[in-house]
Write a protein that binds this ligand. Structure first.
Ligand SMILES: Nc1nc2c(ncn2[C@@H]2O[C@H](COP(=O)(O)OP(=O)(O)OP(=O)(O)O)[C@@H](O)[C@H]2O)c(=O)[nH]1
Length: 246
């Protein structure tokens, strides 16, 4: 039986066009560092412990890879929060993000019993001089899809996204439906990135699905929602492991 003191688990899926900065956002969130280059074929799931509004939670973050051969239900059914990332310097990535918002709206209520929150995230705001998507445009599309909205830079200023994410978590905890996405205070705790950190996470969070680093040739496994997914072994080659081992 789950203890009442057990941390609440929240699943967050980062989705968006290739090159929008999903991996950079994921790694920045987990490690507070910006890393320039990643293997775009790797799909990873990371974990970070957070305390938001006094509640301890385990945040599982899936950095997805867009691939027509993969079933998008792997993240639609898995996540509590969808973070739809686009690059503010790319109108194309914004259109792609709009398409994803529509796909999410079509799927979620039919196939998933849980409630979802969606954040539309404009990344690379440090490249303002090349901007092709205005903040107002982002806000308008987010409002259209009843999504939260934030802009950030995985390279520099990340605060707005962290605040929006925490605000979303608080609203999931409280069961609220229409929060103000930009107002939130939290005292987060980052899991020190070190060798072996993930093995301790694995043992302390038995009911979680961790890991979905798969190659593009391997088809994804969508876990039934009512089942506790088993933990598969962390493979070396993960973006974060690479980061900590170098
Ligand atoms: N200037 C700037 N560059 C960024 C930022 N975020 C990501 N990048 C760069 O954008 C490129 C793509 O970033 P990724 O994180 O690999 O993008 P992705 O969405 O994960 O791409 P795929 O793995 O192909 O799906 C890389 O060269 C990053 O260094 C940012 O906030 N500012």
């Amino acid at each position: 039986m789950r203890s009442t003191n057990a941390p609440r688990e929240i699943h967050v899926a980062l989705v968006g066009m290739s090159g929008s900065g999903k991996s950079a956002v994921a790694v920045k969130y987990i490690t507070k560092r910006f890393i320039g280059e990643y293997d775009s074929t790797l799909e990873d799931t990371y974990c970070r412990q957070e305390t938001v509004g006094g509640q301890c939670m385990m945040v599982w973050l899936m950095d997805t890879v867009e691939n027509a051969a993969r079933d998008e239900m792997r993240w639609i059914a898995w996540a509590d929060v969808y973070v739809v990332v686009y690059d503010v310097t790319s109108q194309l990535s914004f259109q792609y993000a709009e398409g994803l918002l529509e796909r999410i709206a079509r799927h979620e209520h039919v196939l998933c019993p849980r409630e979802h929150r969606t954040i539309l995230l404009g990344n690379k705001m440090d490249l303002d001089r090349y901007r092709q998507v205005s903040e107002q445009e982002g806000e308008r599309v987010a409002a259209q899809h009843k999504a939260y909205f934030a802009e950030c830079s995985a390279a520099t200023d990340f605060r707005q996204f962290t605040q929006t994410l925490h605000s979303t978590f608080q609203n999931i905890i409280s069961g609220a439906r229409s929060p103000s996405p930009r107002q939130c205070s939290s005292d987060s705790e980052i899991i020190t990135p070190r060798k072996g950190a993930f093995s301790s996470l694995r043992s302390s969070s038995r009911s979680s699905q961790v890991r979905s680093k798969t190659s593009t040739t391997k088809s994804p496994q969508v876990q039934p929602l009512h089942k506790t997914p088993s933990l598969s072994k962390l493979k070396t080659g993960s973006k974060l492991l690479k980061l900590f081992h170098t």
